[in-house]
Ligand binder design. Structure first.
Ligand SMILES: Cc1cc2nc3c(=O)[nH]c(=O)nc-3n(C[C@H](O)[C@H](O)[C@H](O)COP(=O)(O)OP(=O)(O)OC[C@H]3O[C@@H](n4cnc5c(N)ncnc54)[C@H](O)[C@@H]3O)c2cc1C
Length: 614
């Protein structure tokens, strides 16, 4: 197993940080909340108020002197920020990077670091063409399914959204090739996790079954640790910025933006350990400050569903939402996130769960049910699709009936010896986990689940709580019995008549890895054993992070409400309205656009004219 496979399994917390280059290196990002913290306290801990400059997030009163000056200020130090910093520097601009956390790299540093780049050089070299028109259709269909129509101009999408997708197709591969040429990021095809029909080459796209996907293998790339310095994007790009004279100032939180009389952004105000500082940006400012999940108030107000956690780092509280609002920016995609599922009890302990998340529920004799004992979807659908079932609103009952879900498996799964990247949270047979609830019979399992729910009753995190109604229905055991009976019959025939489990390439590649999978009619499904013990893990919905914010144009320029760019202001990555809309195109679907639009932002920022500050 590669380091990145390892890191995806455990959430990447083991990803090394090559730190000599950073000014204030400290331990892991701070900010987790104690076990059993009630919702309100958790929300407060997770939402440090942004301290605006003299009450203003955008000020036209310029400082009498600047503490530092540079051409381009880049805010953040994740993939988007590094892509912008490298590109602007390569174009000849002087650049300073400002990072709020003590530890640089953001969520990117603790991620799997896969980036999805259509039409990339490595897939082309392997003889796998990725035709433009089909790739754009694939992305458009998934990003805006409610609007998509292949017969319409711009495929039925709003023109700007179509243009962003087309720009991503046109620029992603150019950006990655440029980073390679400059020695800033060396890429290789993301290796398969083990059960891909394409062997060692790659895993399939998450929606490889759609007819628009004409190039389902090889779009996912990852940093090549054998050629670059370190195995993550921030490691490799950080080494490059180090060598090329780009200071990265950690514990520097941008709290506001200065504008000159012409409305151009000309500098930032920064909170540092030594007080406030004003840094002038002669040409431009690029924001790459990540999403807003860790601000519970923003998550409650903007996101389309209740969540218990996010796997973004604690400093991703959406500061650019506040600053963008003050600057009069247009907003987009605010209700969307990169959705994920995680162990509920850990979510209740910490709203920032950068490690132990559930990418692909493990096991063949395994189902995920709601409190009524009903399955809610194919358990083997990728996380972004599967996790949205937590938000289903049940009109007659007036409740989120799937808010908490129950991953139930039998002893055959518990005793399966396979060490698979996505085995978590099912422990290996000689291991144990406090997250696993067990019972010798279905009745005993249900009683133990109820007791466990009672033990966390009243607790909450981000925008959801274990309220009085989160408990198993009175007839849970009976209905679960019927569910298991149906599931067993589907497993025998190999056809899941309810949710088509195992019917798409990714479900097999990631969902079939048990010792006996080759003997099964459907490699993702086996009948449950007639006798216990049976096991359960409680699941809650969460995000990888959000993907809404100020809108940008194809040049990564932030747009004012009047439709014009705010002069000198750029954004990329999770802090702006994502070109992906509601989609998760495939593994690497968040970092691919972050790199592409970071590259565009860096290029355009460096080419800006110098702004007047008198
Ligand atoms: C375990 C895990 C695995 C993942 N695997 C993948 C994967 O393989 N592929 C993929 O595409 N995605 C993956 N993701 C998601 C991905 O990590 C994020 O979507 C991505 O890193 C976001 O990048 P970004 O550049 O937008 O922001 P981030 O990497 O989150 O960086 C934002 C930075 O801005 C800083 N910041 C915030 N506010 C301020 C401020 N006011 N001033 C200064 N700095 C500020 C933050 O401290 C942070 O360092 C994964 C996530 C996790 C947690």
């Amino acid at each position: 197993m590669t380091q990145q496979q390892d890191s995806k399994q455990d959430g990447g917390t083991s990803a090394p940080v090559s730190r000599r280059r950073f000014l204030h290196v400290a331990g892991a990002a701070a900010g987790s909340v104690a076990v059993g913290t009630p919702l309100r306290a958790a929300a407060q801990d997770a939402t440090p108020a942004i301290s605006a400059m003299a009450g203003e997030l955008a000020s036209t009163t310029l400082p009498s002197s600047w503490d530092q000056e540079t051409d381009v200020v880049v805010v953040g130090s994740g993939a988007a920020a590094f892509a912008a910093a490298v590109t602007a520097r390569q174009a000849g601009a002087e650049v300073i990077m400002l990072e709020r956390a003590a530890r640089p790299g953001g969520t990117t540093q603790v991620s799997g670091n896969e980036y999805w780049i259509p039409n990339n050089s490595l897939m082309l070299a392997a003889g796998r063409p990725d035709p433009r028109e089909d790739a754009i259709k694939y992305m458009a269909r998934l990003a805006y399914p409610q609007l998509y129509d292949p017969e319409l101009p711009t495929l039925g999408l709003h023109e700007r959204n179509y243009d962003l997708i087309a720009t991503f197709y046109d620029t992603g591969s150019v950006a990655v090739d440029a980073f390679e040429e400059w020695g800033a990021l060396y890429s290789r095809v993301q290796a398969s996790f083990g059960y891909s029909p394409e062997g060692d080459f790659a895993d399939p796209d998450y929606s490889a079954d759609l007819p628009e996907d004409k190039a389902p293998y090889g779009r996912g790339l990852q940093p090549d640790p054998d050629r670059g310095e370190g195995g993550t994007i921030p490691d490799q790009m950080g080494a490059w910025t180090d060598q090329n004279g780009v200071p990265l100032l950690t514990e520097h939180r941008v709290v506001g933006v200065f504008q000159n009389g012409a409305g151009e952004v000309v500098g930032v105000q920064v909170e540092t350990g030594d007080g406030l500082a004003a840094i002038r940006a002669r040409r431009a400012i690029v924001f790459g400050t990540g999403g807003f999940t860790q601000d519970a108030v923003k998550s409650l107000n903007y996101l389309r569903g209740p969540i218990f956690a996010g796997c973004g780092v604690p400093t991703c509280t959406g500061d650019f939402v506040d600053i963008g609002l003050a600057l009069g920016a247009q907003f987009g995609n605010m209700n969307q996130a990169w959705w994920l599922q995680g162990p509920l009890e850990l979510q209740l302990q910490s709203p920032s769960l950068t490690g132990p998340d559930i990418w692909m529920p493990y096991g063949d004799s395994m189902v995920i049910v709601n409190k009524y004992g009903d399955r809610v979807t194919s358990e083997k659908m990728p996380y972004n699709e599967r996790s949205q079932t937590h938000f289903y609103w049940d009109p007659p009952r007036r409740e989120y009936r799937n808010l908490v879900q129950f991953m139930i498996y039998d002893e055959a799964v518990a005793q399966d010896p396979t060490e698979f990247a996505f085995r978590y949270p099912v422990p290996l047979p000689d291991d144990s986990s406090d997250l696993v609830i067990s019972g010798d019979t279905w009745e005993e399992l249900a009683a133990n689940i109820d007791a466990r729910l009672d033990s966390v009753r009243g607790q909450g995190s981000i925008s959801a709580r274990i309220g009085p109604d989160v408990r198993l229905a009175d007839d849970f055991v009976d209905r679960l019995g019927a569910t298991i009976e149906r599931f067993n019959s589907f497993a025998e025939t190999g056809v899941d008549e309810e949710f088509a489990r195992g019917s798409t390439p990714i479900q097999i590649a990631w969902g079939g890895g048990t010792e006996r999978f080759e003997q099964l009619a459907n490699p993702t499904m086996a009948p449950f054993q007639a006798e216990g013990p049976y096991h359960c893990v409680l699941l809650g919905g969460m995000t990888l992070d959000t993907k809404g914010g100020p809108k940008t144009d194809t040049g990564a320029r932030v747009l004012h409400a009047n439709g014009q760019p705010i002069p000198g202001l750029y954004g990329a990555g999770n802090c702006v309205a994502s070109p992906a809309g509601q989609a998760y195109w495939s593994g690497g679907g968040t970092l691919g656009p972050a790199l592409a639009f970071g590259y565009i932002a860096g290029q355009n920022a460096a080419a800006e004219t110098e702004k007047v500050v008198d």
